[in-house]
Design a protein around this ligand. Structure first.
Ligand code: N2P
Length: 387
């Protein structure tokens, strides 16, 4: 039985097989820290306000209200659509935000640049609920796990409205590698009739293109960016949308094939059904692997309400709240204590909690150096302008 979906379990599958335990269903074990009641979080002495800046469609309904009710802290919750947008705000300074949620691919240079402050872990007892394997991979961006607490992880991949795609392909078989649907002109020429949409962000699209042509998605070589640009130029005329509203674009039929985020594609499927559509919307698992991302909460260097920020982080790390995120937003949680609270249909969805064999194929997040980000931005701008 291959049903290993937690970050830790996916990584440890080899060990399980070696121990001859491969027939056992995966037991999701609560970490020892979660079983005993954690020490209560320290009280905040600040004005009762907290300013959060997170991605859209990422927080379960009612979670913020529940925190406000319990803590008496008023939360102002704003959203940003790309890592680039958050980066620009942080670099400009005086964001007014206490908590921000960068992808780890950007967080490394943000930490190095002093834009984020170290956490006071004595104020976050529920850190014990986190999956040590995931935290272990995050040290690449955040040595000693001093600044970042995972909100969710997921992957950038290809999403389709299968009903519309099959119609547009008119008998042409689906490719083995789903990335072909968005990067091979043979397919995009046909799919442009029902709508190809790409995330409107250089650091989402260029790494996927690099990976498609067999290069390191986090390459530091300018020549690789030229090559990615050359690939993208060939599909430019077939792109309908550079999108910041992917869930709706897919759910309402503005797009039939996208490069998007796994959970958003799954949310589009649910939204389409809720709207009464019979079309089948799917998040695909390209044979050469999708690109993993990890988004993490961090406290800005000039946060006015750091104690409130710690209180919210601890609140979010309660097992039931982290599970709610997976259940409602279709992203896997990095909270190990939450996993047995995830609904079976979410835990069993292989495009949310992927199986270990597929997990092993995916591209792990790395960090973009500042020059690499610049190269990406340039390649992307030329692509978008069609030059
Ligand atoms: C938005 C999820 C953001 C994932 N719903 C990409 N960082």
């Amino acid at each position: 039985m291959v049903k290993k979906y937690l970050w830790a379990l996916a990584l440890s599958s080899v060990v399980l097989v070696a121990c001859g335990k491969k027939e056992e269903p995966v037991a999701v074990v609560a970490p020892t820290g979660a079983a005993s009641a954690p020490a209560p979080a320290l009280k905040s002495t600040e004005e009762k306000v907290l300013n959060i800046y997170n991605w859209p469609d990422y927080v379960p309904a009612g979670l913020i209200a529940a925190f406000e009710k319990e803590s008496g802290i008023k939360v102002n919750y704003d959203t940003f659509e790309t890592n680039e947008a958050l980066q620009a705000k942080l670099v400009a300074g005086n964001t007014g935000y206490d908590i921000v949620v960068p992808g780890t691919v950007f967080a490394k240079t943000q930490i190095e640049g002093g834009l984020l402050q170290p956490l006071d872990k004595s104020r976050i007892p529920n850190l014990a609920n986190l999956d040590p394997a995931l935290m272990g991979t995050m040290v690449k961006a955040d040595p000693d796990n001093k600044h970042l607490v995972p909100w969710a992880w997921g992957f950038t991949t290809v999403g389709i409205n299968r009903t519309k795609v099959e119609k547009a392909l008119a008998g042409m078989p689906m490719p083995d590698n789903a990335w072909d649907l968005v990067f091979d002109p043979k397919y995009t020429a046909k799919l442009k009739s029902c709508g190809l949409a790409l995330l409107d962000s250089p650091t989402e699209i260029i790494p996927a293109a690099l990976h498609y042509i067999g290069k390191d998605a986090y390459s530091g070589d300018p020549a690789d960016y030229q090559a990615a640009g050359a690939l993208l130029a060939k599909i430019r005329k077939d792109v309908r949308l550079f999108s910041a509203t992917m869930i709706d674009d897919l759910a309402t039929g503005r797009a039939c094939v996208v490069v998007g985020w796994s959970g958003d594609i799954n949310m589009a499927a649910t939204r389409a059904k809720d709207n009464g559509s019979k079309d089948v919307i799917e998040s695909l698992l390209p044979s050469t692997g999708a690109l993993i991302f990890i988004d993490a909460m961090a406290i800005t260097k000039d946060a006015k309400h750091p104690q409130n920020a710690h209180a919210f982080i601890d609140f979010y790390l309660r097992a039931e709240n982290a599970a709610l995120m997976s259940n409602e937003m279709s992203y896997p949680t990095g909270n190990k204590a939450a996993v047995d609270k995830v609904k079976p249909e979410i835990a069993g969805n292989k495009t949310i909690f992927v199986e270990s064999a597929y997990f092993a194929k995916m591209v792990s997040p790395n960090s973009f150096s500042n020059p690499a980000r610049e190269a990406m931005a340039n390649a992307y701008t030329s692509f978008k302008q069609g030059k």
